[in-house]
Design a protein around this ligand. Sequence first.
Ligand code: PXL
Length: 279
Amino acid sequence: MKRVVSIQDISCLGKCSLTVALPIISAMGVETCVVPTAVLSTHTGGFKGFTFHDLTQEVTPISDHWKKEGITFDAIYTGYLGSFEQIELVGKFFDDFGGENTLVYVDPAMADHGVLYPGFTPEFAKEMGKLCGKADVIVPNITEASFMLGVDYVGDDYDEAYIKKMLKDLTGLGCKTAVLTGISFEEGKIGAMAYDSVTDTYSSYFNEKLPIQYHGTGDVFASACVGALMNGKDLTGALKVAVDYTLECMKETAKDPDARWYGVNFEAAIPMLVHSLGR
Ligand code: PXL
């Protein structure tokens, strides 16, 4: 059985970060350990007055204990991180637990639709870019990629050549493979495109684009993609699993009259996800 550790916050309500990564990766048959970097009452994407309790001080004691126990991981998956110090500690965690047999997978979750999430600065995005440089695979959206590369956000005004260059530039940060999420080259289609700098090859996968957007789809995509990689899928296969599952979650959300605005109905789509692995 593969073992992943996910390092990000736990938003107690709101369907993102650890409350998405844990159930999704576990449902894919992969042990999922966690390092919660902060506890929030909700995510920051639309709620007012959320609580925030920083857990930075816990990261080193947790990893020291695991080192003593001789624990190893097949993947380290990081998401939303709340401070420069956390980025630094996560970099140390990569040094301690990374290696040839460990996939270092970074989702620089910090921005969307051209803007940084509350509390983040362009300097923080640059620092996140350095953490991405230590990864095997990164999965930013175009907004996050633009901030990390220090280029203007172009909105929907891009073509394939632009995305290919952006992907190559992202691997220039130091990671082996860059994936860009939320890419659309034709009306009614959306998906992900990747560049593997080791083999100098691009891959992509697209499916239906719904005329609606939901919070939390980036975390759903990132979790399903790393889970698929742990199930032995190659990168293109993992993109397919993750894009199809994200779409299914959105469809489930759209048809649910009780669906909340703050996240997708990823639970209802879990049987489809497991099925898509051929399990
Ligand atoms: O979905 C990414 C995410 C994770 N954690 C927190 C967030 C967000 C996005 O808004 O606010 C706390």
